[in-house]
Design a protein around this ligand. Structure first.
Ligand code: 6FA
Ligand code: ABL
Length: 540
């Protein structure tokens, strides 16, 4: 105490930032509200069949689907109204770990990035060097439970898709498919926890405190003096100070970073007034004359997604993943314990595909597909064999024009205020067309049957009546967008407008939805972001 840099949150953004700042010799404090996840980082939560090993729920890829099935889901943020991980690693400790090297478009001016971000390749290269992707995560190099990939490939082969190794050509996203790629190493979840965190935590100039929640930044006008936490053992009123030139980097995620800003008097007046009315948070606000009005929470996007459920006689639905915690297939469990090979070395997805589509507004939008054994829900009038079910989730990706708004309610729970899916009807039209195109050849793949929707429901009706929450893809970006003064929250250095020394490096600064599931793009973004923070003069 005090610290040069205080990093708030250990997700996809925060761990990259913590590692690079400490590598540069800065005195760094990392604050995380959750506890341990991977066994290598002190986690211990595991099913009975893994007792005697150091493998946890978070390590074992084949336990991914149990994140949604557990009766004690302590890893979810309880004060965020959508799925968000509040544990070491944030979303990267609990996600499906689909991992894509970003295409150039993910950092293009056309997609809202400042010009100074355009040369992104060196930062992706840094990420690849630390965390290479794999599309064959089992330690024996073989792929397992691949029937769903074969069936989906048979469908796409009728539609002139090319079969590629997706991360070998990140810019090729039109009519391509390939095996799902993951941020796994040695048959286990890795992501930033097994890589960046491991080097960061060993440095004597870095201090890590878990189970510590940052409530707000403490500031005098635009100058941030420190952070206030829920832990009064860390300082008077829980406040931890910065050195005179010190800086705070918020990396609490697309919902929790905005909440910290609102509680610090930064954001739209309606949100700060909610804080003002809260008996605990209100008194910590700076005087109204120091409130900083920024569009925090606006410009939010997330992929709208629609599930299509099929059956095929070749498919092994793997009991819809319902047995993997309590009663895994014995030979698969034994194989995984022995050398981290086999079915348990994969998360549920098996194949991914992309295509570009034109809309009647003249804009191009990309459609992504993810195919996996099992299904989250089946609604059908058909008789079907439950052991043969598989899902293709269709996501509308880069190019979507719909935007929403997130914020807080009176209980200070972070939540969508305006849902971001299909606010532009052209997005919906394009996704509907993409689904129809995909389904044209179902009849040409022997044995393949679409069961949800069934033949009593048109695709238009299916999409039009889809429960809005079901459109959520958990890929929230844009709540603190980077961009020009007046319309954005952070500048090209990732510094919050109106402040001297407050930065944000997490999903919230990404102005438009990336091409793929975002954690690879977020980590690569954090590599460039932290380099910019270190390069900006005036710091410690
Ligand atoms: N992304 C992918 O690329 N591939 C996937 O397969 C994938 N799957 C999922 C998924 O299955 C689920 C269920 C979810 C929820 C997300 C998925 N994502 C996937 C998205 C991806 O995980 C997120 O986009 C990514 O993790 C976001 O990275 P950020 O750095 O922006 O934020 P995080 O939520 O990861 O981390 C925030 C951290 O801050 C957490 O550790 C949290 O505990 C901590 N924190 C929050 N508030 C705090 C506070 N006030 N004080 C201290 N710490 C705080
Ligand atoms: C992602 O990027 C999505 O955010 C997740 O929603 C998705 O997982 C993973 N990747 C894997 O593709 C799905 C599960 O497979 C479903 O079983 C679950 O119902 C759904 O997440 C919940 O959003």
């Amino acid at each position: 105490i005090p610290y040069d840099y205080i990093v708030v949150g250990t997700g996809a953004g925060g761990l990259v930032v913590a590692d690079r700042l400490s590598e540069a010799g800065k005195k760094v404090l990392v604050l995380e509200r959750g506890g341990p996840s991977l066994g290598s980082a002190g986690g211990t939560y595991q099913p009975a069949w893994l007792q005697g090993t150091s493998l946890t729920k978070f390590d074992v890829p084949g336990l991914f689907e149990t994140m949604f099935q557990d009766s004690n889901p302590f890893w979810w943020c309880k004060d965020v109204n959508v799925f968000a991980g509040c544990i070491l690693g944030g979303g990267t400790a609990i996600n499906g770990a689909l991992y894509w090297y970003p295409p150039d478009s993910d950092f293009s001016v056309a997609n809202g990035w400042p010009k100074s971000w355009a040369n992104h390749h060196p930062y992706t290269a840094k990420l690849k060097a630390r965390l290479p992707a794999t599309d064959h995560p089992s330690t024996d190099g073989k792929r397992y439970l691949m029937q769903v990939a074969d069936v989906t490939a048979a469908l796409l082969n009728k539609q002139n898709y090319a079969n590629i190794t997706i991360n070998d050509v990140p810019d090729w996203k039109d009519h391509v498919y390939g095996y799902s790629a993951f941020s796994f190493i040695d048959g286990k979840r890795a992501g930033p926890i097994a890589t960046y965190y491991q080097t960061a935590i060993k440095r004597p100039n870095l201090t890590y405190k878990q189970y510590t929640t940052v409530l707000n930044v403490v500031r005098d006008g635009g100058k941030i003096l420190g952070v206030r936490t829920n832990d009064t053992s860390l300082g008077p009123d829980g406040v931890i100070p910065l050195t005179p030139k010190g800086r705070v980097v918020l990396a609490a995620g697309a919902y929790s970073t905005p909440r910290i800003l609102f509680r610090s008097g930064i954001g739209p007046t309606d949100m700060i007034n909610i804080v003002k009315n809260d008996p605990a948070a209100g008194p910590a606000l700076p005087p109204e004359s120091q409130w900083i009005n920024l569009p925090v929470g606006d410009n939010v996007s997330d992929n709208p997604s629609i599930n299509l459920v099929f059956t095929h006689p070749s498919v092994d639905a793997y009991d819809n993943w319902a047995q993997v915690w309590t009663a895994p297939r014995p030979s698969d469990a034994a194989q995984y314990i022995k050398d981290q090979s086999g079915i348990f070395a994969h998360a549920s997805p098996r194949l991914n595909f992309w295509r570009a589509m034109g809309g009647r507004d003249g804009k191009t939008r990309w459609l992504q597909g993810t195919a996996r054994p099992g299904a989250a829900s089946v609604t059908t009038s058909y008789p079907y064999n439950v052991s043969n079910i598989m899902t293709i989730t269709t996501y509308l990706s880069t190019g979507i024009t719909s935007r929403g708004r997130i914020g807080i309610d009176a209980a200070l729970t972070a939540r969508p205020l305006v849902e971001p899916w299909f606010t532009d009807p052209v997005d919906k039209e394009v996704l509907i067309q993409g689904i129809k195109d995909l389904l044209v050849n179902v009849k040409d793949v022997p044995g393949l049957t679409l069961i949800t929707p069934d033949n009593t429901t048109t695709i238009d009706d299916y999409v039009n009546s889809y429960p809005t929450g079901g459109l959520n893809s958990n890929h929230w970006v844009g709540s603190c967008s980077i961009g020009a003064k007046g319309s954005a929250v952070v500048d090209e250095w990732t510094k919050v407008y109106g402040t001297d020394n407050l930065f944000i490096i997490d999903a919230s600064i990404i102005p438009t939805i990336p091409m793929g599931n975002p954690h690879g793009t977020i980590m690569a973004m954090a590599e460039q972001g932290v380099a910019k923070v270190l390069a900006l003069s005036g710091g410690p």
